[in-house]
Design a protein around this ligand. Structure first.
Ligand SMILES: Nc1ncnc2c1ncn2[C@@H]1O[C@H](COP(=O)(O)OP(=O)(O)OP(=O)(O)O)[C@@H](O)[C@H]1O
Length: 629
């Protein structure tokens, strides 16, 4: 877990944006503030050229006014027109220089703070995602999760951009208006109507676009989920020649995305046109009022004089803030609403209450590794009926327990509860007498080695995969684990041995090879309890025999659970549990169970090919494809 961005859920009802600002932007507030203050300061020199040009027009070219500048002592201004021209150009150059310098430090500071904030949001969101309970991943497609972690986090950049541009545009307008007020306050009030009008329009726009952007972000997630699904299953798609079917499904999602996106763009285009028209029209009204004032005299409700130079300055100011005001009304609102929709999805993860180990600080300490289930009943969050009912079992430390039963009987689920991937509805699971529901999940998992049905290898070398849970392990220890798992021989036959790159998800290895590496990985950390879930399902008969023979070595003196479809794998187990429809139907050693002549005996007969001896009851219960397995 990252230390600089602690995983903490907000308890109060914050809006997504506020949550992100208070949690992630605040630590970088100095960079943001400095960036915004210098941005605003840069707008002052930006407004000087229009003023100077107006004054020069009146004083130098029309010669109707003396050369005078607000706040500049008259003694500083040269007396000759040529001197005044040089003075004008000198100040213009100085203004541009100061503006560029301030803009440079402003961007540097602001964007530096932005990339750091986004980095913190990204890592904290990832941290929160991996901390979520398994049920979140059961309900959410991985493409959707990726879309939040990637697209939505990146999209929050729009918020930073929006705030920066918004501050830029607002300060451009306000500072221009301040200059205008000094020059001619009456005309300045007319000019101020333009941003006010735009403000009203942008308020309407913001309300219209909000929901549309939320729909867009949602459909981006759905498109990603669809794409990821088909790319993950590309071999199945090709083998079943379902490329066209998948294309149709992707096209359908993409069509939905296109429709939501177009809905947002349409509104944006319409508002762009309206604001542009209103802005331009207002500018022309200002020109009309100013021109009338110069040619005829002050219009109604106005008094005093107006020079052509001042009107030119006004015209340049209003013209220069037309684009910012229009951008503010549409683009900035657009960016902020777009980012807001993403912030909502990111905040949904950050504030998700289904966090593992939330508040569980006690840790499990294991001395022996005995395990007991006491009347455990469990229902998957998305299921209606319990998957496990009244499971009772007691395993002494060091025992090897086989778990068998037909497909879907609940074998994997029994052991998922041991890892606290889920907690039981009722009943209790104890390890060495401690109720695992009272200690942190991490501490439980640290003591259990796990080889799943479909072991996952990470992109990297064989060595790094074996040492995944024990990164500091030396070569000798890695090799020892690989030998026990029956992997050393094939690894050393590869050109690069333990340095062989396995490819994404281990695609460059066979299923059996992946499984053996996963067993080596589980053994390396020398856990007190080991869970092998169908660890021999992908291996050939020869390898299975090897693993079966070495099962004793693999199990060592640790408590070991082996889920097996091939009953031969567990025939020497200290105890075999036979699961049927979420309940333990039978238990005992291989011989006990054969003597009992129940479900296990039938399963055994099927596996040794003695189909004629299988009981009618079993044939009635079990679907034909299961008999054939
Ligand atoms: N995440 C889940 N959400 C809802 N139901 C689930 C989930 N995982 C498994 N199930 C259901 O729970 C039941 C038991 O599944 P489980 O994987 O434990 O069976 P199993 O005995 O290990 O089967 P198999 O031998 O085929 O691996 C099945 O009906 C399955 O559909």
């Amino acid at each position: 877990m990252s230390t600089d961005t602690p995983r903490s859920r907000s308890t109060d009802e914050q809006t997504p944006l506020r949550l992100l600002l208070s949690r992630f932007a605040r630590p970088h507030s100095r960079g943001f503030t400095f960036g915004l203050v210098t941005l605003v300061l840069a707008r002052i020199p930006q407004r000087i050229p229009a003023l100077l040009i107006g004054v020069s027009l009146d004083a130098l070219f029309l010669a109707t006014q003396p050369y005078r500048l607000p706040l500049v002592p008259q003694g500083w201004i040269p007396e000759t027109p040529t001197g005044q021209l040089w003075f004008t150009v000198f100040i213009l150059a100085g203004a541009v220089l100061v503006e560029s310098g301030l803009d440079w430090v402003s961007r540097w500071s602001y964007y530096h703070a932005t990339v750091h904030t986004l980095h913190d949001i990204r890592t904290a969101t990832y941290d929160s995602v991996v901390a979520l309970e398994m049920s979140y991943f059961d309900d959410t497609q991985s493409g959707e999760v990726m879309s939040i972690l990637n697209n939505d986090v990146n999209n929050i950049d729009n918020l930073s951009e929006g705030v920066y541009s918004g501050t830029n545009f607002v300060s451009q307008v306000l500072i221009a208006l301040a200059f205008m007020l000094v020059l001619n306050w009456q005309l300045a009030i007319v000019a101020a109507l333009i941003p006010v009008l735009m403000g009203v329009l942008s308020h309407i726009y913001a309300r219209q676009i909000k929901q549309r952007y939320e729909a867009v972000r949602e459909s981006v997630g759905q498109v990603n989920a669809r794409l990821e699904d088909t790319i993950d299953g590309i071999a199945t798609v090709k083998a079943n020649t379902r490329e066209n079917h998948e294309l149709d499904r992707v096209t359908e999602q993409s069509r939905r995305y296109k429709a939501t996106r177009w809905g947002a763009i349409r509104i944006r285009v319409v508002f762009s046109a309206i604001t542009w028209f209103v802005g331009r029209g207002s500018e022309h009204v200002l020109l009309l009022i100013g021109g009338y004032w110069i040619l005829v005299g002050p219009p109604p409700l106005m008094s005093g004089s107006l020079t052509p130079g001042t009107l030119l300055t006004f015209f340049m100011y209003t013209h220069s803030f037309l684009i910012p005001v229009q951008q503010l009304a549409v683009n900035v609102i657009d960016r902020i609403q777009n980012a807001n929709a993403s912030a909502k999805r990111v905040a949904g993860v950050l504030t998700n209450s289904a966090i593992e180990d939330d508040g569980d600080t006690d840790t499990l300490s294991i001395t022996d590794g005995s395990v007991s289930y006491e009347d455990v009943t469990f229902t998957y969050p998305t299921a209606e009926e319990p998957t496990l009912r009244s499971i009772d079992l007691s395993v002494d430390d060091g025992d090897l327990v086989g778990i068998v039963g037909s497909t879907g009987a609940g074998k994997s689920t029994v052991l998922k509860l041991l890892f606290r991937f889920y907690d039981p509805d009722s009943g209790m699971i104890r390890i060495d007498g401690t109720d695992i529901g009272t200690v942190s999940r991490r501490s439980v998992r640290e003591h259990i080695g796990y080889v799943s049905q479909d072991p996952f290898l990470f992109d990297g070398t064989i060595r790094s995969n074996i040492a995944y849970a024990t990164p500091g392990a030396d070569q000798e220890t890695v090799e020892r684990a690989a030998r026990i798992a029956g992997a050393h021989e094939f690894v050393t036959s590869l050109d690069d041995g333990y340095d062989t790159e396995v490819g994404e998800r281990g695609v460059k290895l066979s299923g059996g090879q992946r499984q053996r590496l996963a067993i080596a990985r589980a053994l390396l950390s020398d856990p007190e309890i080991l869970v092998l879930d169908e660890a021999t399902s992908h291996v050939d008969n020869e390898t299975e025999l090897q693993i079966q023979q070495s099962l004793e070595a693999i199990a060592g003196d640790r408590t070991t659970f082996v889920i097996a479809h091939r009953l031969s794998t567990v025939r020497d187990a200290d105890a075999i549990l036979v699961l049927d429809d979420g309940q333990i139907a039978e238990r005992g050693t291989h011989e006990d169970l054969l003597d009992r002549d129940g479900l296990y005996a039938d399963l055994w007969r099927v596996q040794v090919g003695d189909i004629d001896a299988v009981s009618d009851r079993f044939l009635g219960d079990v679907p034909p494809e299961e008999v054939a397995r």
